[in-house]
Write a protein that binds this ligand. Structure first.
Ligand SMILES: Cc1cc2nc3c(=O)[nH]c(=O)nc-3n(C[C@H](O)[C@H](O)[C@H](O)COP(=O)(O)OP(=O)(O)OC[C@H]3O[C@@H](n4cnc5c(N)ncnc54)[C@H](O)[C@@H]3O)c2cc1C
Length: 448
């Protein structure tokens, strides 16, 4: 088993004392969201002799936890796993079954909302021909823009915003709004002027094909499987809040609710840059250039029956509605779970009550009557991602890396970290990398 080096002092909370009373670990993970759990499992798998401990004051899962409401299972806002994306591959790689569930039901009366009026959503060739959303000329424009979207070199478009990319393409009016809406639904971000084109277009492609899967049992099913796999790997999950990380000595001291841990590596998977910075001695300067978090208002409905229109996408308003159960198993027999969402632009000031009212109107447009609603929950401002890849900082390349140069052994995980993907894809990619680096480092630490 790898151990941390002893510093030359004899304090009660020194690494030597920590080792004596069981508070010395190879890898300590802050946060038991999907990122923290995945990093812990990866570290434990690759350093089987090491000790891996995860600290979190809440039940595991973080933003991926689900809540039971009167027989319905609500993800905390809509959740779709990108099929075969980085998160899907990482989860499958550690033994999680991600295959149970189904795709969004775009072929069942899907709608597009423009100028307050609904139209058939152009989800396939037949619907595209028949929709009144676009004129014949606009349909050709959208086809041209979609072809460009599939052709785009997403790595070399990072220095441009989505708006700049659309300007260069010369696409305007409703076709432009349509492409922006496709990007929105695939990224959860409503910020075309400040969103790097590369990741925006890459996710719009992935969202179209192979698309996303709504999971049976919600994302709680991922969390429950990860917790079981972590236990089999010997990972310990401890209920505790981390207050401070001191990486200045030979080993890293972690203060957590009366206990001081000593660790060779600390993985910070606490959710976002502010949560991570609060634990470090100082906020790294480069983080000040990060774009603000991406947020959304969510309305969750448990209803009797199934909506006549199972999907709705706002074209000139940042609105979304989708029936997650069916296809996923989240509702009692004869009932459905519908998620509605308003993608909030940066600096959004619309009052929460107005957002909720508008989302209720979207539900009505989908054919959901007030009398059919059995359970309802509104979440006014959910943080979807800790930052948005900004064109001025090089897009994905401008996000903080997993390692922090001034603090060897402190590793970052999250949807705001590293050069790969958005949302859970970024979480999983950074978690796998952090787990791998932690295992490598702990295996090479000097044995006391
Ligand atoms: C409404 C909504 C919809 C989304 N939809 C999708 C989607 O469709 N597809 C997709 O890929 N992604 C989606 N996401 C994003 C995805 O849910 C998140 O990226 C992911 O769950 C974040 O995981 P994480 O482990 O990095 O952080 P979190 O889940 O935030 O976990 C962080 C954990 O750290 C703990 N913690 C914080 N501070 C401390 C401390 N000091 N000490 C100990 N523990 C601490 C917290 O309690 C928490 O459990 C969505 C997010 C939202 C909000």
């Amino acid at each position: 088993m790898s151990q941390t080096t002893d510093p030359p002092n004899g304090e009660a909370d020194s690494p030597a004392a920590a080792a004596r009373d069981g508070r010395a670990v190879s890898t300590l993970v802050v946060g038991a969201g999907i990122g923290g759990l995945l990093a812990a499992i990866t570290a434990a798998e690759r350093d089987p002799g090491g000790r891996v401990v995860v600290l979190d004051p809440h039940p595991p899962g973080g933003r991926a936890r689900c809540d039971h409401r009167g027989g319905f299972l609500f993800n905390r806002g809509p959740r779709g796993l990108y099929v075969d994306g980085p998160a899907d591959r990482a989860l499958t790689g550690v033994g999680v079954d991600t295959t149970q569930g189904g795709p969004p039901q775009l072929d069942r009366g899907a709608l597009a909302l423009l100028g307050g009026r609904t139209h058939r959503f152009p989800s396939g060739p037949a619907a595209s021909l028949r929709t009144t959303l676009l004129t014949a000329r606009q349909k050709l424009e959208v086809a041209r823009a979609m072809a460009a979207l599939w052709r785009a070199d997403t790595a070399s478009t990072d220095g441009r915003s989505l708006s700049a990319w659309l300007d260069e393409l010369g696409v305007d009016g409703v076709p432009r709004q349509f492409i922006e809406a496709l990007v929105r639904v695939a990224t959860y971000a409503h910020a075309p002027d400040t969103f790097a084109a590369g990741p925006a277009l890459a996710n719009a492609r992935a969202g179209t094909r192979p698309g996303v899967r709504y999971l049976d049992g919600g994302w709680q099913s991922l969390v429950d499987q990860l917790v079981a796999i972590a236990a089999r790997r010997g990972v310990e999950i401890v209920v505790s809040t981390v207050q401070r990380i001191d990486p200045t000595g030979g080993s890293i001291r972690v203060e957590a609710e009366g206990t001081t841990w000593s660790a060779a590596n600390v993985v910070v998977a606490a959710g976002g840059p502010d949560a991570a910075a609060a634990l470090l001695p100082a906020r790294p300067d480069s983080w000040d250039r990060l774009a603000p978090p991406v947020t959304a208002a969510c309305l969750e409905l448990g209803i009797r029956g199934v909506p006549a229109h199972r999907f709705l996408l706002g074209i000139d308003e940042p609105l979304y509605g989708s029936t997650h159960a069916p296809p996923a198993d989240l509702a009692p027999e004869g009932h459905s779970v519908v998620h509605l969402m308003r993608y909030q632009p940066p600096g959004d000031e619309q009052p929460a009550s107005e957002q909720r009212d508008r989302l209720r109107e979207v539900a009505t447009l989908m054919g959901i009557s007030a009398g059919a609603i059995v359970e309802e929950r509104f979440l006014a401002r959910m943080v979807v991602a800790g930052t948005l890849p900004h064109p001025d900082t090089g897009g994905l390349a401008g996000r903080p890396p997993v390692t922090i140069a001034e603090h060897p052994g402190v590793l970052l995980v999250g949807d705001w970290v590293g050069p790969t993907g958005l949302l859970l894809d970024a979480v999983a990619a950074s978690a796998t990398e952090a787990g791998r680096l932690a295992a490598e480092r702990s295996a090479t630490m000097v044995t006391a």
